[in-house]
Design a protein around this ligand. Structure first.
Ligand code: FAD
Length: 512
């Protein structure tokens, strides 16, 4: 089968905040940049970020990057890379001001400065008391950020491939990365995108769980492509469960709600976080709050007829604060929980939210493959940023608002590194003859297969196993049983069939 080919300086897979921040810097530097996205760029999951971007601007109370770094190291359970964390926290104010100059519509204080709110785990004086560090645009910060970056990219002439799905990485026999194969979703056309640098910004994998705050597109494609190309992933056991997903729906209620004064109660109306975290209370870091909620439910203090959730109270904040600072939350609460938060508490449960692990990189966005010759060898031509990458600044647990920050800091830095690397490497290496073999073989198998299981059902089985066996609490027996069941699901996946090829996506399961 003849396959068309296009050549760029850089191929970016993913048009979320990280991919767009990097693409912008590279297009502005005069590189020919292609950005691929499964969905229209401004529908990437970054658009759903509510709470804010962490930066020690100190606009409301004194703050410093040292305190921010301390919180991030501690929040990571001391498992983050401290050089990378220092790099991120020091750069935070600068990337936020850059964004302000790109036209990001932040909320403002009366003196005109950027509005900041408290957020879980962000403290002053090395962990003593909460500080206002989250720079916010109401409860739609990601929406404002993504649209700002998209507009700047249009201005900078970035080439967007909208509704193009990357299928596989292309690596030659030296292990160097030379681009990707991709499919146009509408037509099914497969194409090779040949590039001197390939940057993955494919986001998280929250949709491997049955209950998730993530968009349906967050299926971990980038991780799959890297793993299939022989690049081992890092810290994949670290998945964050957000304390406040709407009970039954999974939709996120930002921590900003607790930052504005909301709090959690059990069936006795007790503010139970006071018992688990006497200092930070409801603003303790997410793993602490999620475990506390799961314990309350397990020990019989959960709410509702099944005792399987707790309540988030914000009616005491008053209609005015809710309408102005938390308009999106009001809407979500009305739509998904059928509750007006100005009048009643919202039922919530811990929900799969953020993947701390990913494609291993250094803090310049270069993918490192520790298994090769040295302790840390860079994979030539391959870079990763955002949630699909593991830098690792979040260690075992990410602080709220540190992800949007991560996108901006490392998106910008990876672009700088690529620009520097490409100046030394003016010519693309030739493509290997088998560049498109793997995706074509897979497509041929799906075309030829007439009988088999539905992809949606096998996907649902995987999501259910993950939910039951890899949740907030993980015990050896539970995990071992989960591994066994996932192996069975993986075997079933090899015998799947797509019967109705008029449907673009089979991922969403039979429930939708
Ligand atoms: C509901 C919600 C609220 C959040 N709130 C906050 C917050 O307030 N503050 C904060 O710091 N963090 C927040 N987070 C986390 C943060 O928003 C995400 O970690 C971050 O936006 C991820 O950005 P990204 O650039 O890595 O990827 P995404 O924004 O997830 O974008 C991924 C991109 O990759 C593309 N893609 C994926 N696979 C393929 C493929 N095979 N081919 C082509 N394209 C592909 C997609 O189309 C998309 O463009 C929140 C997350 C959620 C889910």
């Amino acid at each position: 089968m003849a396959i068309s080919k296009r050549t760029f300086d850089v191929v970016v897979v993913g048009a979320g905040g990280s991919g767009m921040r990097a693409a912008l810097a590279m297009s502005e530097a005069g590189l020919k940049v292609a950005v691929l996205s499964k969905v229209f760029p401004t529908r990437s999951h970054t658009v759903a970020a509510q709470g804010g971007i962490a930066a020690s601007l100190g606009n409301i109370a004194e703050d410093s990057w040292h305190w921010h770094m301390y919180d991030t190291v501690k929040g990571s359970d001391y498992l983050g890379d401290q050089d990378a964390i220092e790099f991120m926290c020091r750069a935070a104010p600068e990337v936020v001001y850059e964004l302000e100059h790109f036209g990001m519509p932040f909320d403002r204080l009366d003196n005109g400065k950027i509005y900041q709110r408290p957020f879980g785990g962000h403290m002053r004086d090395y962990g003593k008391n909460p500080v206002q560090r989250a720079c916010a645009a109401a409860d739609r910060t990601g929406h404002a950020l993504l649209h700002t970056l998209y507009q700047q990219n249009v201005k900078a002439n970035t080439n967007f491939f909208v509704e193009w799905m990357a299928l596989d990485l292309i690596r030659d026999e030296d292990g160097d990365v030379l681009g990707v194969t991709a499919m146009e979703i509408e037509t099914g056309e497969v194409m090779i995108l040949h590039a001197r640098a390939t940057l993955f910004a494919t986001g998280g994998a929250g949709r491997i769980f049955a209950a998730s705050t993530n968009a349906y597109i967050n299926t971990g494609d980038g991780l799959g492509m890297a793993a299939r190309a022989g690049i081992p992933l890092e810290d994949m056991e670290f998945f964050q469960f957000h304390p406040t997903g709407v009970y039954g729906a999974g939709v996120l209620i930002t921590e900003g709600v607790r930052g504005e004064g909301g709090y959690l109660v059990n069936k006795d109306g007790e503010r139970f976080m006071q018992r688990y975290a006497p200092n930070a209370k409801d603003l303790a870091s997410r793993d602490v709050v999620s475990r506390a909620m799961a314990t309350e439910i397990k020990e019989g203090r959960g709410c509702g007829p099944k005792g399987d959730h707790v309540l988030l109270k914000l009616d005491h904040l008053g209609e005015d604060v809710i309408r102005h600072r938390l308009p999106g939350i009001r809407e979500i609460s009305l739509k998904f929980a059928h509750v007006d938060p100005a009048k009643a508490a919202i039922p919530v449960v811990p929900t799969a939210h953020y993947m701390m692990g990913g494609i291993p990189t250094n803090y310049h966005g270069q993918v490192v493959a520790p298994y090769k010759t040295g302790p840390e060898e860079v994979v030539q031509g391959f870079y990763a940023v955002g949630e699909c990458a593991c830098v690792s600044v979040h260690g075992a647990n990410r602080l709220g608002c540190n992800s949007l920050l991560d996108l901006l800091v490392f998106g910008r830095e990876a672009a700088r590194q690529i620009i520097e690397d490409l100046a030394r490497n003016p010519h693309p290496k030739p493509l290997p003859p088998d560049a498109a073999e793997r995706p074509l073989a897979r497509l041929a198998r799906l075309d030829g297969q007439k009988e088999g299981e539905s992809v949606a059902e096998v996907g649902d089985a995987m999501r259910q196993v993950m939910q039951t066996h890899c949740g907030v609490f993980r015990f050896p027996d539970l995990l071992a049983e989960g591994v066994k069941q996932i192996r069975e699901v993986a075997a079933r996946a090899r015998n799947t069939v797509i019967k109705d090829k008029s449907r673009i996506s089979t991922r969403h399961g039979s429930r939708h």
